[in-house]
Design a protein around this ligand. Structure first.
Ligand SMILES: NC(=O)C1=CN([C@@H]2O[C@H](COP(=O)(O)OP(=O)(O)OC[C@H]3O[C@@H](n4cnc5c(N)ncnc54)[C@H](O)[C@@H]3O)[C@@H](O)[C@H]2O)C=CC1
Ligand SMILES: O=C(O)C(=O)COP(=O)(O)O
Length: 526
């Protein structure tokens, strides 16, 4: 398998990929056109912030299974398109947190003491001590927008500098913040009170242009702004205007709406602005961590199916996978079987996890079931990532329920399919916690191993029918390796599942259908 790396990545990461036997195509700095070419034949793509993985790029990727981000932000990846194509998207959250937080503090100091401007002046042979009068951080109010991993580290360090720390984050509780000495406030209050404002949210629809004209208007006169998160969170035109009006005394920017930023950008013409070229994560330490981690994650996924730090599919560690794998297998088989015996178009699938299964993480189990359910129609166009998306596309409603109660089994997956011709109920369990067993189909009790080429037969329960079925299959040279028979309580009808050594031919099925005691015959591939 091939992995394309289209941004610079530490050697340690490249080595892990090679050691795992993957073919490494290391081409940092590809143009979008070149990327479209290169991506077409690879199974994995590793990027940083430089590569824009757009809808068009994803459309050119014929074999792509995973996009690995050696870092945090994923705003440069079109995740809905990846979902649609069933591509797992993963990152390394936390791998560069410290570096990004330290860079924020470096910018904070540099801006407060005008270090870049003073450095440039000294190099010009000047000695302008008055011009570069700074401000102390001690006792000043720092307003943090986004109190996540980076925001928290920045807060911790700022408190040590004896700054007063306010934060705005709608997803954090006041208690959680106050325990750390941070005052959680509304955005308006933060704007009103902060001497320095630093942003640490992701770029989303909600945070796009969060710092706009109206926001700057609410701030203290002489406020300083730091953006080490993403360009696009600040409306750059509004910031430019606020600096010219004297509302904002200075801005330190590591990120821009369009990167690399143009030398003609109006903000770069202002003395009050200092800038770095997206260096938040650029330390030897952070780069080693993110490269090694993403390489391991991509290897684990491509070679063993282990999902870690994915943003579009539930993550399953190697340990959890050991426990979950048999359940996923059972669930996928039940989905496959249900789809093949259901008559008409599927409208709804109602999955109930009973007994011990109710205590498990059910999200991946449901994905496996829906994948199985859609596989007979969509083949390789459905996988764990896009299963729910594909179901929604086909107007199939997926309902999940859990109950610790079971009648006869310690654990049971019960699946009711509502389709245009009625309902189908399939139930399964694990034998010895490992082997999948189908234990009920439409109320008929069985004990069937759902595997390989099978035949589902619904017939009248009377002497000689099973013999006739065997004779017909024998005539067509089809060997029965296993047979499971379920009888209804009135002893009038059977459900039979037969395991065959090969797929039954059309002629064999037609001959079985001619038997008057046979109501229905369906070939199954499980
Ligand atoms: N300059 C650089 O090189 C780097 C930049 N980053 C950027 O920093 C961002 C934050 O990184 P982490 O702290 O690791 O992420 P995180 O997910 O730990 O924290 C983000 C915080 O923002 C909050 N948030 C989300 N929407 C919000 C909103 N509308 N208003 C206020 N708060 C909101 C979340 O609740 C969360 O607490 C990343 O998304 C990335 O874009 C990250 C690493 C390096
Ligand atoms: O991890 C992030 O979100 C970053 O912004 C770091 O970007 P980079 O990997 O240095 O291009």
């Amino acid at each position: 398998m091939k992995v394309l790396i289209s941004d610079s990545l530490s050697e340690e990461g490249l080595e892990i990929l090679r050691q795992a036997g993957l073919e490494v195509i290391y081409k940092p700095g590809l143009s979008p056109e070149e990327l479209k070419q290169e991506i077409s034949e690879v199974e994995g793509l590793i990027i940083r912030s430089g590569t824009k993985v757009t809808k068009e790029i994803i459309a050119s990727a014929k074999k792509l299974k995973v996009i690995g981000r050696a870092g945090t932000g994923l705003d440069n990846v079109d995740i809905p398109s990846a979902n649609e194509r069933g591509i797992v998207v993963m990152n390394v959250p936390g791998g560069n947190t410290l570096s990004a937080a330290e860079h924020t503090l470096a910018l904070l100091f540099a801006m407060a003491r005008k270090i870049p401007q003073a450095n440039a002046s000294v190099r010009k042979g000047l000695w302008e001590r008055k011009k570069f009068m700074g401000v102390e951080l001690n006792g000043k109010v720092l307003g943090i927008i986004g109190l996540g991993r980076i925001g928290n580290i920045v807060a911790e360090r700022a408190l040590c500098l004896k700054m007063q720390v306010l934060a705005y984050d709608p997803f954090v509780t006041p208690d959680h913040a106050s325990k750390k000495g941070i005052e959680l406030v509304s955005l308006d209050e933060l704007y009103k009170r902060a001497d320095f404002i630093t942003i640490h949210t992701p770029l989303t629809k909600e945070t796009h242009h969060l710092l706009n004209k109206e926001a700057f208007a609410k701030m203290k006169k002489g406020v300083y702004i730091i953006n080490c998160a993403r360009g696009g969170i600040i409306d750059e035109e509004a910031l430019h205007e606020a600096i010219l009006l004297g509302k904002v005394a200075g801005a330190a920017l590591d990120v821009f709406e369009k990167e690399p930023v143009s030398v003609d950008h109006p903000l770069l013409k202002l003395d009050q602005v200092i800038a770095t070229p997206h260096l938040g994560a650029s330390t030897v330490e952070a780069q080693k961590v993110v490269a090694v981690e993403i390489a391991k994650q991509v290897v684990d996924f491509l070679l063993s199916g282990i999902v870690r730090n994915a943003v579009n599919v539930p993550s399953i560690s190697a340990e959890a996978l050991k426990v979950l794998q048999p359940v996923l297998n059972l669930s996928e088989k039940i989905g496959l079987l249900s789809a093949q015996i259901a008559e008409g178009a599927i409208e709804e699938v109602e999955i109930t996890y009973k007994g011990e299964l109710a205590r498990l993480e059910i999200k991946p189990v449901t994905l496996a079931l829906v994948k199985g359910l859609l596989s007979p129609f969509l083949k390789e166009d459905v996988n764990y990532v896009n299963a729910l998306f594909r179901a929604k596309e086909r107007n199939i409603k997926v309902v999940e329920a859990t109950t610790e109660e079971t009648e006869d089994f310690t654990s049971l997956i019960s699946v009711k399919i509502k389709h245009t011709q009625g309902e189908t109920l399939v139930e399964g369990t694990l034998f010895g916690k490992k082997e999948p067993r189908v234990v009920r189909i439409n109320g008929f009790r069985l004990d069937a191993l759902p595997e390989g080429h099978m035949l589902y037969i619904f017939n009248e329960d009377k002497p000689g029918v099973i013999g006739k079925i065997g004779t017909i299959l024998g005539k067509h040279r089809l060997n029965i390796s296993r047979m499971y028979v379920g009888q209804d309580p009135m002893k009038k009808r059977n459900v039979i599942l037969l395991s065959l050594d090969q797929s039954p031919t059309r002629e064999a099925i037609a001959d079985l259908e001619k038997e008057e005691s046979v109501y229905l015959v369906k070939p199954l591939e499980l």
